[in-house]
Design a protein around this ligand. Structure first.
Ligand code: FES
Ligand SMILES: [Fe+2]
Length: 369
């Protein structure tokens, strides 16, 4: 039995034990206690515009289908037929109903079983009892999130002040530009830890260090998310171009517990979803959205920005893979936190302990450093 107690005072705290990053059993516990109880970013609204549009995905190992139902609502279901567990949808598309690929049972877009062919004479069989199990789906701006836990707090509670703080950014007008998946040989938490502090920027990201105002770079923690904020220092920065000169450009980086990152710039944004593929393998899915993606010249202009982001990502991947090897070493177990720079990592470790522990949250009102 692991000890999930947590030291809420940053100056006294230690990082979580190295075995949490290297033990395969830990991942099953995290899937059950964390990934199946939190809001997972699964789709963009452009994927579910019209009645009948559907989209399949995986949430913490569960097959899920999202649909725009007849009444225009967004709904989510387990993509598991009630007959013998076949898939009621594959990939994405538009349909009037969902039909299982195995024996053809048909479900409405609201999840009710409409037709079970050749099932006459089956005892105690009432179609009404065989509806697809629903999954919670909630929307913020263009982003769709799913949560497998019927008792989890609503998405807006997770997001706290983020919608208000980003209200000036035309999220709904930004179109999809590009997706890149990066495969990394490290535990998912190594990557998240790395994202949550700017402490490594001067050493690990010399190029990025020139762009950000490191002295004013700080991390603010909230109940279920943290925010990294930095004015953009370099007047020739990509992010400064085309902005009215009186407007101070800034980069806003939000992380939502446990594995979603939303990086906002004045005219583009990037989402990162960090998914464990094993206890020492992670995929980070980057999606870029830009204003007027069809506008001429975007491709050339964004190419620079993309190359820069790719470089920073390559630097992070390299260090994360080294850290994973270090965590396996018998010479290391737990580290300490910089009070000035690593409050975001400490906050993440607190939420991990809270979710891994059964019962009431230990950190309910102590998430600030
Ligand atoms: S498993 Fe779906 S119809 Fe048989
Ligand atoms: Fe980094």
């Amino acid at each position: 039995m692991k000890d999930f107690s947590f030291e809420p005072v940053l100056a006294k705290a230690k990082t979580i034990p190295s075995s949490w990053y290297t033990d395969a059993a830990m991942l099953s516990l995290e899937q059950a206690q964390i990934f199946r109880r939190t809001w997972q970013l699964v789709a963009h609204i452009s994927q579910l515009q019209e009645v009948g549009d559907f989209f399949t995905c995986d949430v913490a190992g569960e097959p899920i289908v999202l649909v725009r139902s007849q009444d225009g609502q967004l709904r989510g279901f387990f993509n598991v037929c009630k007959h013998r567990a076949g898939p009621v949808a594959r990939d994405c598309g538009r349909r009037k109903s969902l039909q299982c690929f195995y024996h053809g049972w048909t479900y409405s877009l609201e999840g009710e079983l409409l037709r079970a062919p050749e099932f006459e004479g089956v005892a105690c069989f009432d179609q009404k009892d065989f509806a697809l199990d629903p999954v919670r789906v909630e929307q913020w701006g263009p982003f769709l999130f799913a949560n497998l836990d019927p008792d989890a707090p609503p998405l807006r509670e997770y997001l706290g002040d983020i919608p208000a703080e980003t209200a000036h950014i035309p999220l709904m007008e930004m179109g999809h530009y590009k997706r890149v998946d990066y495969y990394i040989d490290c535990n998912w938490k190594v990557y998240v830890d790395n994202y949550l502090e700017g402490y490594h920027i001067p050493t690990a990201h010399p190029g990025l260090f020139k762009e950000v105002d490191y002295k004013q770079y700080f991390v603010e923690t909230q109940r279920y998310y943290s925010k990294q904020h930095s004015p953009i220092r370099n007047p020739n920065s990509l992010y400064r171009r085309d902005l009215p000169s009186d407007k101070e450009p800034e980069a806003l980086y939000y992380w939502l517990f446990p594995n979603v990152m939303l990086n906002f710039y004045p005219d583009n944004l990037q989402t990162n979803v960090i998914l464990p593929l094993g206890h020492d393998k992670t995929v980070t899915i980057f999606e870029w959205y830009v204003l007027n993606p069809d506008k001429e010249g975007w491709k050339e202009r964004f190419a620079d920005s993309f190359a820069f982001s790719n470089q920073v990502q390559a630097e992070d991947i390299e260090i994360c893979e080294y850290v994973q090897r270090g965590l396996r070493s018998r010479s290391y177990d737990q580290g300490r936190f910089s009070v000035k720079r690593e409050n975001g990592v400490h906050h993440f470790h607190g939420l991990l302990c809270e979710f891994l522990q059964e019962g009431e949250g230990v950190l309910a009102d102590k998430s600030k450093p």
